[in-house]
Design a protein around this ligand. Structure first.
Ligand code: LLP
Length: 427
């Protein structure tokens, strides 16, 4: 089985290399924990979508939440991407990275008035509206600025994406979107509001999806709605099918982005909607396999049979750096950066944070010694963006590899910056 992240991530003799750079050397030079990304791997993942969409009106809106570091956004902006944002903060990042606001779609169930104002001023491409209350508020904000806000309704198609319950978003019981059976009335309400301009339809059914069928089911439901909405005299320009395509972490076999795009495009054509602009909001599938998290082994704590026999490999990265294992019981591959000849054993790879839930990998067969560097693979998505300062741990540094060049794109956080905004009280 090839490594997740291949061919950009590969074993060369004893050394694990990303875009040709030995990861042990990068860890030695820049310290750990350290996120390392391959720019070529990101552009390669994007190219699969781009090639499959060629010749058809489309916009790929990279989902900023997956990895919002400025140089990553800059990479996608330069490659012609739009962006899917969910906060005013993400909008500010996109603008700081040189993204084009006219290619930004603004998603999220809880947009505030301030965020709406900010996005209208910037001139975003559209708001993916998720409730009637949000529609009324946006209408009010837009009119107070003398503008019309472009809107797309996020429809909840009630389709099971077959993924972890925390990252499944297109089912009736989820907080997301406007219920499918209420969407026609919602479109009619939107069209009656002078501050809104209906431009599209949107859905996002979940994340780490490894099958195509849920996308096609959701698309069919959206197209039924498009037809009903247009019959009622409201024009819909674009169809946004969201993000969610899964990646290879350990043994998943998600479809290629190109195949997913082709199947969606074929369905659009077959139903006579081929001329519509097609939007995608991929996050994980563009950056997930382009990154690794490097961490040094601090201590080995072999288990005693009378304690259940667990062996703990204690590393310097923790749940605050990478929360996916603790939060979703996610299994992410862990590889030594340099193969060593220590005896193999089965280890739970855990961090220094004071929680039993602070684990990065369970029951992993590894040959390791203290001081070795391990790579947690597929950490390019929802790694740094979900990192916290729990236990007053500064967040990791980040490197972006670009051929022979190594760019430090985020310095390691300093401890003093963590409490710089705090004040002691007068006695
Ligand atoms: N569009 C919308 C409206 C979304 O909510 C999301 C992700 C995306 C696009 C991008 O989805 P992607 O292509 O990355 O699957 N923290 C979780 C994933 C949460 C996804 C939230 N929404 C994880 O680490 O697995």
């Amino acid at each position: 089985m090839s490594l997740p992240g291949a061919p950009f991530l590969a074993r060369d003799g004893a050394e694990l290399k990303l875009e040709g750079h030995a990861l042990t050397d990068l860890a030695q030079e820049h310290g750990t924990p350290l996120f390392v990304y391959s720019r070529a791997a990101m552009l390669h993942a994007l190219a699969a979508y781009q090639r499959a969409l060629q010749g058809r009106p489309h916009l790929i809106c990279y989902a900023v939440k997956a990895n919002s570091t400025l140089a990553v956004l800059q990479t996608f902006a330069r490659a012609g991407c739009g962006f899917d944002i969910v906060s005013g903060g993400e909008l500010a990042r996109v603008l700081a990275a040189g993204g084009n606001p006219a290619q930004v779609v603004f998603s999220g169930v809880g947009k505030t008035r301030d965020e709406m104002r900010q996005a209208l001023l910037a001139g975003v491409r559209c708001f993916n509206v998720e409730s009637l209350g949000e529609m009324d508020k946006l209408d009010d904000v837009a009119r107070s600025q003398g503008r019309r806000a472009p809107v797309s309704l996020r429809v909840n198609p009630d389709v099971d994406a077959g993924t972890h319950p925390y990252i499944s978003t297109g089912l009736k019981g989820n907080k997301f979107g406007i219920a499918h059976d209420q969407a026609l009335a919602a479109y009619q309400h939107a069209a009656s509001l002078p501050g809104l301009q209906v431009v599209g339809i949107d859905c996002h059914i979940g994340s780490q999806i490894t099958q195509i069928e849920p996308y096609l089911d959701a698309l069919d439901r959206m197209l039924d709605l498009v037809e009903a909405v247009e019959r009622s005299g409201i024009a819909i320009h674009h169809v946004d099918v969201g993000g969610g395509l899964g990646i290879h972490y350990t043994d998943e076999k998600p479809p290629d982005a190109a195949v997913l795009v082709q199947r969606i495009a074929q369905r659009l054509d077959a139903r006579g909607h081929g001329g519509r602009e097609l939007l995608f909001e991929p996050g994980r599938s563009l950056v997930g396999n382009a990154g690794v998290l490097l961490t040094e082994v601090l201590y080995l704590k072999p288990g005693r049979a009378d304690q259940g026999g667990k062996n703990f490999c204690i590393v310097d990265a923790a749940m605050n750096d990478l929360v996916r294992p603790a939060m979703y019981q996610a299994t992410m591959a862990i590889e030594p950066c340099r193969v060593c000849d220590a005896e193999a054993a089965t280890w739970d790879v855990v961090g220094p944070v004071c929680e039993s839930g602070d684990w990065l990998g369970r029951d992993r067969a590894l040959s390791v010694l203290p001081g070795d560097v391990l790579a947690i693979l597929s950490a390019g998505a929802y790694g740094m963006t979900m990192a916290s300062n729990y236990n007053t741990r500064p967040r990791a540094a980040e490197l972006l590899l670009d051929g022979a060049r190594v760019h430090l794109i985020r310095q390691r956080e300093s401890v003093s910056s963590l409490f710089a905004d705090e004040r002691l009280i007068d006695s």
